[in-house]
Design a protein around this ligand. Structure first.
Ligand SMILES: C[C@H](O)[C@H](O)[C@H]1CNC2=NC(N)=NC(=O)C2=N1
Length: 98
């Protein structure tokens, strides 16, 4: 059962992401990050790899692409806010570009 992130988890798992380029979306319990790549093909390569993890974990991003930029927003629709699945997917996405 997916649950909203606890206050403790927000300190231990959300805070490091907020210090690594992620930020809270205004007016929502969601996080967002903009990734910039060398060109469109690199951006699509990231999206393709990210999509496979999203599907594997049955947890899907909201995202927007223009040319070499991918804006990702993560939130858990089933609970109306952030859950551990969002921080897990955010760490995976950061790992894909590291
Ligand atoms: C039925 C299906 O398992 C759910 O709708 C899953 C799919 N992917 C999801 N993705 C996200 N971001 N939040 C969800 O609550 C969610 N729920």
């Amino acid at each position: 059962m997916t649950e909203k992130l606890s206050d403790t988890a927000r300190k231990t798992t959300l805070q490091p992401l907020l210090e690594n380029g992620w930020s809270m979306v205004e007016g929502r319990d969601a996080i967002t990050k903009s990734y910039t790549f060398g060109d469109f093909v690199e951006a699509m390569g990231f999206m393709t790899r990210a999509a496979l993890w999203a599907e594997k974990w049955n947890h899907h991003p909201e995202w927007f692409n223009v040319y070499n930029r991918v804006e990702v927003t993560l939130s858990t629709h089933d609970v109306g806010g952030l859950s551990a699945l969002d921080t897990k997917l955010a760490r995976k996405f950061d790992g894909l570009v590291a």
